[in-house]
Ligand binder design. Structure first.
Ligand SMILES: [Zn+2]
Length: 126
């Protein structure tokens, strides 16, 4: 089993490459911030998390999939992830950071232009 907050996952690499290509510069996994955010844009005070649909329970098909064994263990674990995500976002917003979540399913190559638009709107918004 993969780690819950594994770094350098493929969707994350797609988002990094895209943000870079759009001309934005960022820092990675800043440990001094709650949740160790995936991409941090310090000058803009913006943060992007790239979330796996299953691990972070996205409301999509992949997020709705439930393991068929050890169901109690898994639902407790996944509920904990969701609660942690919420707490982290709340903390960061209270510190004045803008937070955007990009889901794994949104990094699909067929949807990359739409994603680029979302990233630009989010990062350019003051
Ligand atoms: Zn999803």
């Amino acid at each position: 089993m993969r780690q819950v907050r594994s770094e350098n996952t493929k969707p994350e690499l797609i988002v990094r490459k895209l943000a870079h290509r759009l001309g934005y510069r960022f820092r990675l996994h800043r440990r001094d911030l709650p949740g160790k955010p995936d991409l941090v844009f310090p000058g803009r005070r913006k943060i992007i998390f790239v979330h796996g649909c299953f691990w972070h329970q996205h409301s999509c098909k992949r997020g709705a999939r439930k393991p068929s064994t050890r169901t109690e263990y898994w639902s407790a674990k996944l509920d904990k992830n969701v609660a942690r995500d919420k707490a982290v976002i709340r903390k960061l917003r209270a510190m004045g950071w803008g937070v955007m979540i990009i889901w794994e399913c949104q990094t699909n190559p067929a949807k990359i232009n739409r994603l680029a638009g979302r990233i630009t709107r989010f990062l350019d918004k003051t």
